[in-house]
Ligand binder design. Structure first.
Ligand SMILES: Cc1cc2nc3c(=O)[nH]c(=O)nc-3n(C[C@H](O)[C@H](O)[C@H](O)COP(=O)(O)OP(=O)(O)OC[C@H]3O[C@@H](n4cnc5c(N)ncnc54)[C@H](O)[C@@H]3O)c2cc1C
Ligand SMILES: *[C@@H]1O[C@H](CO)[C@@H](O)[C@H](O)[C@H]1NC(C)=O
Ligand SMILES: *[C@@H]1O[C@H](CO)[C@@H](O)[C@H](O)[C@H]1NC(C)=O
Ligand SMILES: *[C@@H]1O[C@H](CO)[C@@H](O)[C@H](O)[C@H]1NC(C)=O
Ligand SMILES: *[C@@H]1O[C@H](CO)[C@@H](O)[C@H](O)[C@H]1NC(C)=O
Ligand SMILES: *[C@@H]1O[C@H](CO)[C@@H](O)[C@H](O)[C@H]1NC(C)=O
Ligand SMILES: *[C@@H]1O[C@H](CO)[C@@H](O)[C@H](O)[C@H]1NC(C)=O
Ligand SMILES: *[C@@H]1O[C@H](CO)[C@@H](O)[C@H](O)[C@H]1NC(C)=O
Ligand SMILES: *[C@@H]1O[C@H](CO)[C@@H](O)[C@H](O)[C@H]1NC(C)=O
Ligand SMILES: *[C@@H]1O[C@H](CO)[C@@H](O)[C@H](O)[C@H]1NC(C)=O
Ligand SMILES: *[C@@H]1O[C@H](CO)[C@@H](O)[C@H](O)[C@H]1NC(C)=O
Length: 478
């Protein structure tokens, strides 16, 4: 089923920058410049250049494409394990995009069968939580899909049809726990939460519409067998993005970010800096596509208007981190899953608050366990690692890992990935004040278009679908 799980993502190089003088060769003229080579940006770059004959430049901070994809390669055996993005939802043209790069996919899952052990990671107490049977969970998810079906076009694949404040269904704005109770859907939560719902933190408290963006229509279809999920048959999920990188070649500026911009109604000019070489490149383009999370840090170089700045500043995020640890004291039969003690014996609506370590899960590879950490808006990578160590210490000291002896150990990180801010959301009051209408006023203004999770939804192939709708608008007048 949906077993969630890296070419390790090389972070920024640390070499000292050497700023070179601008020469004419450092000015690129392009139809479209794209910022961010993750799911939404890489897809749009390929489509615009290879299918619509537009010249592009793609600016990517890291030294590979793929964003939240993290494929770990065991260098002894060559086996891969995806510890970021797990699998792709088989929506609309998703499969075709793999086909064009000759990447074969399959729905086979190689994840091991594990015993789920519920533990309160704050205290180390075992939680005698008895989830509803799998059948009961799937039945509830099918019913959930019936309830939410009428609202799909309001939220997916983007907010183009999001209703005016007076027409927003009340159900979308109540806390998700209340929503589930109202419709008698509580039995579905363990699967909803453990697959993709946990990214929003305490799922019961978050407004229903934002939980639907993390576990909604397509995930419900996938869980009930109405939609496939697939992965590449070899090379892990990174195989796709490596193929895109090869295809786009020198049109990608790696290890680079924008330092300055000037955006007008007819064109954009960006100054781009390569962190490794210090080289500056000027890009003059007729359109800009922003395909990164529009956080303060990310958008500061984009000469925002006060309206753009005020609108984007309302968004709040979770921060996600994943990694692989190699500590033999973990038992490879287990999926150690964090729930509050109050979930026992069968309270399905009780979850931990972020920041938290969601789980340690055996990967099936060597002795590696996948760690999933959900941070709040301000959680940094070092805080996330510290939190994982603290949870590990608690499990050790309370005898959850092997016997009862007290032990201290450092987590041995085989890989760690900072996915950064995701699950963009705003308060219910902001939604009622027309936030999404304001957000979409940014689309197309000052030659700039916006894609990615905050403007759509956090699923790779769904973002491709969103891009499909955006591309004709970007091409207008080009
Ligand atoms: C642990 C985890 C598991 C997931 N599992 C799945 C799954 O199984 N299936 C699924 O469909 N989705 C999954 N997702 C969600 C999915 O990965 C995201 O929704 C998707 O990657 C978002 O795409 P994006 O283009 O908005 O951003 P990203 O994919 O994050 O891409 C953004 C890119 O921009 C780059 N960048 C960032 N800032 C800058 C900057 N300032 N300048 C230049 N470049 C910059 C980044 O390096 C990155 O390459 C998962 C996410 C996480 C965190
Ligand atoms: C692609 O665009 C270039 C530059 O605008 C143009 O010269 C060329 O004819 C176009 N090719 C096709 C197949 O449209
Ligand atoms: C395998 O990877 C580890 C960690 O990245 C590295 O230290 C080691 O040298 C690598 N071994 C081989 C054979 O490449
Ligand atoms: C895919 O395979 C076909 C047929 O072998 C080949 O013509 C094409 O160039 C390949 N495409 C890529 C991106 O490798
Ligand atoms: C998927 O699994 C089936 C059954 O184990 C096997 O026959 C098939 O070859 C596998 N397909 C791929 C693409 O790995
Ligand atoms: C994806 O969906 C298409 C139909 O839309 C179907 O033909 C194909 O078999 C599906 N593939 C997988 C892997 O689910
Ligand atoms: C840019 O376009 C917007 C919307 O069409 C318009 O309101 C604004 O006056 C234009 N700015 C300039 C400088 O022409
Ligand atoms: C791991 O857990 C399994 C299942 O509970 C148990 O049978 C096995 O003995 C444990 N292994 C170790 C090394 O403790
Ligand atoms: C939950 O557990 C309580 C106490 O064991 C029991 O009375 C109740 O029937 C259980 N509810 C469900 C839905 O299983
Ligand atoms: C999560 O939210 C629910 C519902 O509001 C609440 O009962 C629970 O205590 C919260 N969890 C934590 C750890 O605070
Ligand atoms: C995030 O979590 C930390 C640690 O619990 C807390 O100190 C901080 O106030 C939280 N930040 C936000 C914005 O909630």
């Amino acid at each position: 089923m949906f077993s969630l799980a890296c070419i390790s993502v090389g972070l920024l190089g640390a070499s000292l920058p050497v700023v070179t003088a601008n020469s004419p060769s450092d000015i690129l003229h392009r139809d479209v410049v794209v910022i961010g080579g993750g799911a939404s940006g890489a897809y749009a770059a390929v489509r615009l250049r290879d299918d619509f004959n537009k010249s592009i430049a793609l600016i990517e901070k890291q030294d590979i494409l793929g964003g939240m994809v993290d494929t770990y390669v065991d260098n002894k055996t060559g086996a891969t394990y995806d510890f970021g993005v797990q699998s792709f939802l088989n929506v609309s043209k998703a499969k075709e995009f793999f086909d064009r790069f000759n990447i074969s996919v399959s729905s086979n899952s190689s994840s091991p069968t594990l015993i789920t052990e519920y533990i309160d990671f704050n205290t180390g107490a075992e939680v005698a939580f008895q989830p509803p049977s799998l059948t009961a969970q799937i039945t509830a998810i099918a019913k959930f899909l019936d309830v939410i079906e009428p609202w799909e076009s309001m939220l997916q694949p983007g907010y183009w049809n999001f209703p005016a404040p007076e027409n927003i269904p009340d159900d979308l704005l109540i806390p998700f726990g209340e929503f589930l109770t109202k419709y008698g859907l509580e039995d579905g939560t363990p699967l909803m939460y453990s697959t993709t719902g946990l990214g929003v933190g305490n799922m019961s408290e978050v407004a229903t519409m934002f939980v639907l963006q993390s576990f909604g229509w397509d995930m419900a279809r996938a869980m009930t067998g109405q939609m496939g999920l697939f992965t590449p048959t070899s090379g892990g999920n990174q195989a796709l993005y490596n193929a895109i990188a090869k295809d786009l070649g020198e049109d990608v500026l790696y290890s680079s970010t924008v330092t300055n911009s000037h955006r007008t109604n007819s064109s954009v000019q960006l100054t781009v800096r390569n962190h490794k070489t210090g080289k500056l490149t000027q890009i003059v383009a007729r359109r800009l596509l922003v395909a990164i999370e529009p956080t303060d840090d990310n958008v500061t170089p984009l000469d925002l208007s006060p309206f753009e700045r005020d609108t984007l500043a309302k968004l709040t995020y979770s921060n996600e981190f994943t990694g692989l640890v190699d500590n033999s004291i973990f038992n490879t039969s287990y999926y150690y899953f964090n729930l509050p003690s109050s979930a026992a014996p069968n309270h399905t609506l009780v979850f931990q608050d972020e920041p938290m370590v969601a789980s340690f899960q055996y990967t099936g590879l060597e002795h590696l366990f996948r760690v999933m950490i959900i941070g709040n808006k301000t959680t940094t990578s070092s805080e996330a690692k510290f939190l994982a160590q603290t949870s590990f210490d608690t499990l050790l000291n309370t005898g959850r890992l092997s016997g009862t002896e007290l032990q201290t150990q450092k987590l041995n990180w085989a890989a760690f990935s900072t996915h950064g801010p995701m699950h963009a959301r705003v308060s219910v009051d902001e939604v009622k004040n027309g936030f999404f209408q304001d957000l979409y006023k940014l689309q197309g203004a000052r030659s700039t278009w916006w894609t990615g999770g905050a403007f759509s939804v956090n699923f790779q192939t769904k973002l491709w679908e969103f891009d499909e709708g955006l591309i004709p608008k970007i091409l207008e007048g080009l």
